[in-house]
Design a protein around this ligand. Structure first.
Ligand code: UGA
Length: 463
């Protein structure tokens, strides 16, 4: 089962019958916040802070996206986000603008949530951030707090602080604070309201406390807040993502060995996960981790270390092991079909995990590409990611549902752990397939049940 299952909110914070803390009921706090960037991170933060009762203006420079946001339409799939946006826009606590200069007037806190993608060399492209910072350097007001919400290389906070006046000329003082996000796509709204911890780093203690309090007023239960300096906050984020990727990579590697020696990896995961030093989460083997963050952050982390002449051996191995995982999944499919030349492969799931339409760095991309290279024909179905698929895998066929993806296929492969794939119509699937092979790269199904329908089943590290 996927790690996403434990994330399902039993009670949505804004719908609870229980009386909630001030922030969750949206009682006005009088704090003015500007969030720069209407992407995944910016929107969740903007809507979440508005729900806490703060007045939020979110700046988005893409005019098409801005028009959508003004109508509370989110241009990607993220559970509960659209509703949260709509409620807070209607309550008058959340608005959208494209004019950064105008939007920051009178704000106490400015969150920067713009993209920080990878450059070809693995280091981070800060150009979007630099553009905004150059403007802020000129127009930011005395006493404003600029918060780096985007994942930024270690040292960015200190660099930024130096770019802003600090009462040196007797005029303005602007503080820079790092507040990295730990939101998982697919459960980001839940994670915002129920975080494991909040990290706030900066040199100005008053500014750090102010940002920490933005959360404290809204939380319905106490949340540990780690207050530290800028560079530590920055490195916490990289170390966290590197560790999570390593954990998934580790169980994937063990699953590969289990395949060879005939042991069930799920029992191994259970047996080791009960040790609190290891922990049960993030031990679900799969087709390899993906998403916009793990690879990008591992590469930046390694790049930083290399620049200090200290290669990160483990982080680099995690990247390499993940590539092998893609190859292993493709090899399983090839083994079952005999040859991939002219084979028809049905793929269920294209997004990098369930609950999101995001295909950035999805394991589906290298796996499908490998199948195509070897002469296979691929037909895929994903409940949310077809628009993305047209961009990332333009040559594949897209099916309307799982049974259609299985029609005439020589092998059906589950790559994303969407809930609907747990309840596949196996009877119809087995009837329409050319050869009855199923590779379950998420260990979503029960092998005995699948075999009852005459299908050959192969999971990841399942006996
Ligand atoms: C990750 C982190 O979990 C967040 O804390 C962080 O804020 C975020 O990156 C970020 O830096 O923005 P996310 O990329 O949304 O969040 O996804 P995860 O839930 O962490 O999953 C990452 C990948 O690992 C997915 O492909 C998922 O399918 C895979 N995974 C995860 C497994 O294969 N097995 C597991 O047991 C867990």
């Amino acid at each position: 089962m996927s790690s996403n299952d434990q994330s399902s909110p039993a009670v949505r914070p804004w719908e609870s019958a229980q009386p909630l803390a001030a922030g969750h009921t949206g009682a006005a706090t009088g704090v003015n916040i500007c969030v720069v960037g209407g992407g995944f991170v910016g929107l969740v933060a903007a809507a979440g802070f508005a729900q806490f009762g703060h007045n939020v203006v979110c700046v988005e420079k893409n005019l098409e996206r801005l028009a959508q946001l003004k109508e509370s339409r989110v241009p990607f799939f993220e559970r509960d986000l659209e509703e949260l946006l709509r409620r807070n826009t209607e309550a008058g606590r959340l608005s959208f603008s494209s004019d950064l200069k105008e939007a920051i007037v009178g704000q106490k806190v400015i969150f920067l949530a713009v993209g920080t993608p990878s450059l070809d060399n693995g280091r981070t492209d800060l150009s979007a951030l630099v553009e905004i910072v150059n403007l802020l350097g000129k127009v930011a007001e005395d006493g404003q707090i600029v918060v780096l919400k985007s994942t930024v290389p270690v040292g960015t906070g200190i660099w930024l602080q130096k770019k802003f006046p600090q009462n040196g000329n007797g005029s303005r003082s602007i503080s820079v604070v790092n507040n990295p996000e730990f939101l998982r796509e697919g459960s980001a709204v839940y994670d915002f309201f129920y975080p494991q911890r909040i990290v706030v780093g900066g040199d100005n203690q008053a500014a750090v406390e102010f940002v920490a309090n933005l959360y404290r007023v809204g939380m319905t239960r106490p949340v540990p807040i780690v207050t530290t300096n800028n560079e530590t906050a920055e490195m916490i984020k990289y170390a966290a993502n590197a560790f999570l990727a390593m954990k998934v990579g580790f169980i994937n590697e063990v699953a590969g060995l289990c395949d060879l020696v005939g042991i069930d990896v799920l029992e191994i995961a259970r047996g080791i996960g009960m040790d609190p030093r290891i922990g049960a989460e993030f031990l679900n083997p799969g087709p390899g981790w993906g998403g916009s963050c793990f690879r990008k952050d591992l590469r930046e982390f390694s790049g930083l270390a290399k620049a200090h002449d200290y290669p990160l051996i483990i982080a680099e191995a995690v990247l390499k092991a993940n590539q092998r995982q893609h190859e292993l999944v493709a090899a399983k499919i090839e083994r079952l079909t005999g040859s991939l030349e002219k084979a028809r492969i049905g793929v269920l799931g294209l997004s990098f995990k369930a609950g999101t339409s995001d295909m950035r760095d999805s394991p589906a991309i290298p796996i499908v590409q490998r199948l195509l290279e070897k002469g296979a024909e691929v037909v895929a179905y994903d409940p949310q990611a077809h628009t993305e698929a047209e961009h990332y895998l333009p040559t594949i066929e897209l099916a309307e549902n799982a049974v259609e993806a299985a029609r005439d296929a020589d092998c059906l492969v589950i790559l994303t752990e969407w809930e609907e794939f747990q309840a596949l119509d196996l009877r119809s699937i087995s009837e329409v397939m050319r050869k009855p092979n199923l590779v379950d790269a998420r260990n979503l199904l029960t092998p005995e049940v699948v075999r009852r329908y005459g299908l050959t089943y192969e999971g990841m590290g399942q006996k």
